[in-house]
Design a protein around this ligand. Structure first.
Ligand SMILES: NC(=O)c1ccc[n+]([C@@H]2O[C@H](COP(=O)([O-])OP(=O)(O)OC[C@H]3O[C@@H](n4cnc5c(N)ncnc54)[C@H](O)[C@@H]3O)[C@@H](O)[C@H]2O)c1
Length: 356
């Protein structure tokens, strides 16, 4: 009989981690709400099959706490959607490295003591998938977790914009070890990027020539505070702008990214979109739009699908970069496609009619 449990570890117990943990418990409490996911079940895998077995962070307000207490630490802004009993899974201190930007260091106190041995903890917990949800721009720390996944022989899902799945050297390492690698930069289910790309794709298909476009966000979560650090902001912007560029046919003016941190918005993200195009006989086509969502549930809705698809890949003994899963759930996958193709390939992979 196939093992139904999907044993995941989370690195970074921030808003995405809160969204995933609460998402699992929310579906357990309100079974009928699973239809809000794109894939209520994935080849028999239910949301309740996901089990969080290990957790890592560096924040003193989270280390040593049960993961359920840690996700509700005041510094996380994802609201409480459901009451949850403690899991009995403590948050361990991971390696700090460049995990915290200067702006995050102003509000996060690093826990005292040495970091744990990641590989040992991953193995002890019998982890199958390590989810990396560290702040953007934490290159060294993300790579340390990717290496730990390799050494502990577990699959690696990279929610951050650091290029791992799209980096040929890392892809090769995971391929050689026959371990699944998925990423990079999680794409929220109904987020700014997916909508922006969608509008541009439709306009392109209808023969409109896009001239200029931007999607600029303001938000109040920790990740937005992180991107007040200029290097990190530019890093994240580059990844987003490349994604948008892929959705257009011309060399156009593009700006896409977070423009400011407004603490009082909490977990809310407000995106402003502008598209200027030209149609038949020079007709101007303009779109000016505003989108408001919550980061935690929006990212978790994608990740919960990705986790279950990754378990299928593990059952199938697939390894290396999982291109269909990555194109479906991430902004910078190894193979970039339009949303329609990405969704189609993901479904074909689940059905077993696509190799990776
Ligand atoms: N909807 C979304 O939330 C969304 C969408 C797309 C991409 N992402 C990406 O997912 C990642 C996580 O987003 P988030 O909103 O959960 O971020 P967050 O800032 O809320 O949480 C990050 C967590 O990582 C911890 N951390 C920092 N350094 C660490 C280290 N060295 N080891 C372990 N933990 C460490 C922080 O203390 C914090 O708890 C970001 O890179 C973001 O760009 C999120």
């Amino acid at each position: 009989m196939i093992e139904r449990k999907i044993r995941i570890a989370l690195a970074g117990i921030g808003n995405i981690a809160s969204g995933v943990l609460q998402g699992i418990e929310y579906i357990k409490a309100y079974e009928n709400k699973k239809d809000f996911l794109l894939h209520p079940t994935i080849l028999g895998y239910e949301v309740k099959d996901i089990a969080i077995v290990a957790a890592f962070d560096v924040d003193a307000s989270k280390i040593g706490k049960d993961i359920v207490e840690a996700i509700f630490a005041p510094i996380n802004s994802t609201p409480k959607f459901v009451e949850i009993d403690n899991y009995g899974v403590s948050v361990f201190k991971g390696p700090v490295l460049d995990g915290l930007s200067d702006t995050l260091r102003e509000v996060i106190q690093i826990a005292e003591g040495d970091p744990v041995d990641l590989v040992k903890k991953l193995k002890e917990a019998e982890t199958e998938i390590l989810i990396c949800a560290l702040p953007s721009g934490a290159e060294l720390a993300v790579k340390a977790y990717a290496q730990a996944a390799l050494d502990a022989e577990v699959a690696f899902v990279n929610c951050t914009p650091t290029l791992i799945a799209s980096n040929p050297q890392w892809a090769q390492k995971f391929k050689k070890a026959n371990l699944c690698l998925i990423g990079d930069d999680l794409q929220s289910l109904a987020g700014g990027t997916v909508l922006h790309k969608g509008f541009l794709e439709v306009l392109n298909e209808q023969g409109i020539t896009i001239k200029d476009t931007y999607q600029l966000d303001v938000a109040g979560g920790l990740e937005t505070l992180n991107t007040l650090d200029d290097d990190r902001k530019q890093y994240k912007r580059k990844v987003k702008e490349r994604t948008i560029q892929d959705a257009t046919q011309n060399n156009i003016n593009i700006a896409s990214g977070t423009s400011d941190y407004l603490e009082f918005l909490g977990n809310r993200r407000i995106g402003h979109f502008w598209i200027l195009g030209e149609g038949f006989m020079g007709m101007p086509v303009k779109i000016d739009m505003r989108l408001e969502t919550l980061d935690g549930p929006n990212g978790a809705a994608t990740l919960i699908d990705v986790i279950r698809a990754t378990k299928l890949a593990i059952n199938r003994a697939h390894g290396g970069p999982m291109t269909s899963i990555s194109s479906y759930g991430f902004k910078a996958p190894p193979i970039s496609t339009n949303r329609y193709t990405a969704n189609q390939r993901f479904n074909e992979y689940i059905e077993g009619v696509r190799p990776v």
